[in-house]
Design a protein around this ligand. Structure first.
Ligand SMILES: Cc1cc2nc3c(=O)[nH]c(=O)nc-3n(C[C@H](O)[C@H](O)[C@H](O)COP(=O)(O)O)c2cc1C
Length: 282
């Protein structure tokens, strides 16, 4: 997959890489995408308390998760993730267009030569955009980020799993100068704990239960004649067959998040399987 100046060596990428990522095989990935950072660190639940397994291979990501700030990313996390030698894309979010501009400017200034690009998390729970998000907002946020980065850095816009609306949002991203799209982020849901006395939990659904919805979103994007951007398929990838299904419906590459969280090293193993298969069939 070509992303501006970069060619990914493998179609399997790791989404929301743990900051402490370690182990063999990650050097075979196409790319590493970081967890989302904000300009300032944001207090909240640590990941191990904020992620619940609600069904087989299905997770609920609580909305009040902690985020790292841009400075911590540059000082500590980025150098660690770059040691695998694959392109690193930093996921960012901000409350509104000026906020996106500010964090993109900071990251370009402080770490521009270390970034393959930025992934724009347009509908983050704390982005302030919420359900009122429009194609115009996506265009303006994308443009703000694009204008701050060096020309050959990629801007990937990560979209929500809304099949009826995703096309318009994607066109906004394309008009704003995005290099690629990622589909999808988690689905907003309400989870009722087994114990009726416990309060309902709001959060984002990911993993197996998300897969049909994310596949549909990728399919909508890939079959739109106005959309020309490459697509990262994301949602419920656990096996080589899942990777192939995403490529079959029109994705150019995939990102693995829940699979890696449930089974650390899965993304590296899938990348090796893909590399092996392409050597055998060549
Ligand atoms: C543990 C965990 C943490 C996540 N953190 C982020 C995040 O920081 N930023 C983001 O854009 N998406 C985040 N996501 C969403 C994933 O990147 C992905 O879009 C979504 O979960 C669908 O893929 P999956 O089914 O493979 O998890 C997270 C998902 C999981 C499971």
């Amino acid at each position: 997959m070509k992303l501006g100046a970069i060619t990914l060596q493998n179609s399997v990428c790791l989404a929301t890489a743990p900051w402490e990522l370690d182990g063999p095989g990650y050097e075979h990935l196409g790319a590493i995408f970081t967890k989302t950072v904000t300009m300032e660190p944001r207090p909240g639940l640590p990941g191990d308390e904020g992620i619940l397994q609600v069904a087989d291979q299905t997770l609920l990501n609580r909305t009040d998760l902690r985020t790292e700030g841009a400075e911590g990313l540059v000082q500590e996390h980025l150098p660690r993730l770059r040691r695998f030698g694959v392109p690193v894309f930093v996921s960012i979010t901000a409350p509104g267009v000026p906020g996106f501009r500010k964090i993109a400017r900071y990251l370009q200034r402080e770490a521009g030569d270390q970034l393959a690009g930025l992934e724009v998390y347009i509908t983050a729970p704390h982005s302030g955009a919420g359900p009122d998000i429009t194609a115009r907002y996506v265009r303006e946020a994308t443009e703000a980020v694009r204008n701050e980065l060096r020309d050959d850095a990629a801007v990937i816009v990560k979209l929500p799993p809304w099949p009826d609306h995703i096309r318009g949002l994607a066109l906004g991203a394309q008009e704003g100068g995005a290099t690629a799209l990622a589909a999808t982020n988690t689905l907003k849901v309400l989870h009722l704990p087994a114990n009726a006395a416990d309060a309902p939990l709001v959060g984002g659904l990911s993993g197996e239960a998300l897969r049909p919805l994310a596949l549909r979103c990728v399919w909508e994007l890939a079959h739109d004649e106005k959309l020309q951007l490459p697509i990262f398929g994301t949602g419920g990838i656990f096996t080589l067959r899942d990777v192939e299904d995403y490529l079959r419906v029109g994705a150019n590459a995939v990102q693995v998040a829940s699979g890696e969280w449930l089974s650390p090293g899965l993304s590296a193993r899938l990348a090796s399987e893909v590399a092996l298969k392409s050597t055998v069939t060549r």
